[in-house]
Design a protein around this ligand. Structure first.
Ligand SMILES: Nc1ncnc2c1ncn2[C@@H]1O[C@H](COP(=O)(O)OP(=O)(O)O)[C@@H](O)[C@H]1O
Ligand SMILES: [Mg+2]
Length: 258
């Protein structure tokens, strides 16, 4: 069964068709790319998948379950987490504290256990601390452990955001322009890292990118959006050679993404 399915999804804002009859399936365990020029509807699709917005028409299925009418917290409980195009962190907490607070979202001990600091509480706390350390190491943040998040270089703030998303132990990780603001070298390293975390955590990753070349090497399958519509779908090679895609990207080189 496909992990995620979008079936004829449409999202209208007043007269604007932000997403127009888009369908695609995301295979479990894959790294799937969603690309397209600015304003193409990419972030709107993330907002629909996570339940922030409701679809105007069509349906979204996660593990075969229709999520259309679910509240965002219910969708998150199913195992979908995301990062944002504009970084969202606790800017005044340290790297480690940011990860640890995210780890605390999925504790199973109750208030009574916490107050009594009983065996169940201690065992779970130990697990959480270990998980936070592990995520910090994987994302290459261990030597910035006590640095205030707001003072981290931009590229590391992006990595910290991914670490926080991973702390929720998702099945599906949605990354909205994770390489925005990074130089080519940092971007290449991030893409390798995305493959590593997919393998290590048995994840499925859906990644939005504005610049096509950045994710060509990392995605097994790609959907290209333009003006809310699906323009093309296929492997990196297939979409890159598609004349419609080339046309949509002509003149895009000058665009600065932030
Ligand atoms: N909440 C909203 N209200 C009205 N229009 C919106 C809203 N969110 C997005 N849009 C519009 O939908 C279109 C797609 O936006 P978006 O999904 O953010 O594009 P992308 O992420 O591909 O750059 C844009 O024209 C944008 O202005
Ligand atoms: Mg966007």
């Amino acid at each position: 069964m496909k992990l995620l399915q979008l079936k004829n999804v449409t999202k209208q804002f007043g007269g604007l068709m932000a997403v127009d009859n888009v369908s695609f399936d995301v295979e479990r365990g894959s790294i799937f790319g969603l690309i397209g020029p600015n304003g193409a509807g990419k972030t709107t699709i993330f907002n629909l998948i996570t339940g922030i917005y409701k679809v105007t028409e069509g349906e979204i299925l996660f593990e075969g379950i229709e999520t259309n009418s679910m509240q965002p917290y219910r969708v998150a409980e199913l195992g979908i987490t995301r990062t944002f195009q504009n970084i969202r962190l606790f800017k005044k907490l340290t790297t480690y504290e940011n990860i640890l607070t995210a780890c605390h979202y999925n504790v199973r001990y109750g208030l009574v256990d916490a107050v009594l600091r009983n065996k169940r509480f201690k065992a779970e706390e130990k697990g959480l601390l270990a998980h936070a350390e592990e995520l910090m190491n994987i994302m290459g943040l261990e030597d910035r452990r006590d640095v205030i998040a707001g003072n981290l270089p931009y590229g590391l703030q992006r990595r910290l955001e991914i670490a926080r998303a991973l702390a929720l132990r998702p099945k599906l990780l949605l990354l909205d322009e994770p390489a925005a603001g990074m130089n080519p070298d940092e971007t290449a390293r991030l893409m390798t890292l995305i493959k590593e975390i997919r393998d290590r955590f048995n994840l499925t990753v859906l990644v939005i990118e504005h610049h096509m070349d950045l994710i060509m090497g990392v995605c097994e399958r790609i959907v290209v959006l333009n003006f809310g519509k699906k323009l093309a779908e296929g492997t990196a090679g297939e979409v890159q050679a598609n004349p419609k895609v080339i046309e949509a990207y002509l003149g895009e080189e000058e665009v600065v993404v932030c």
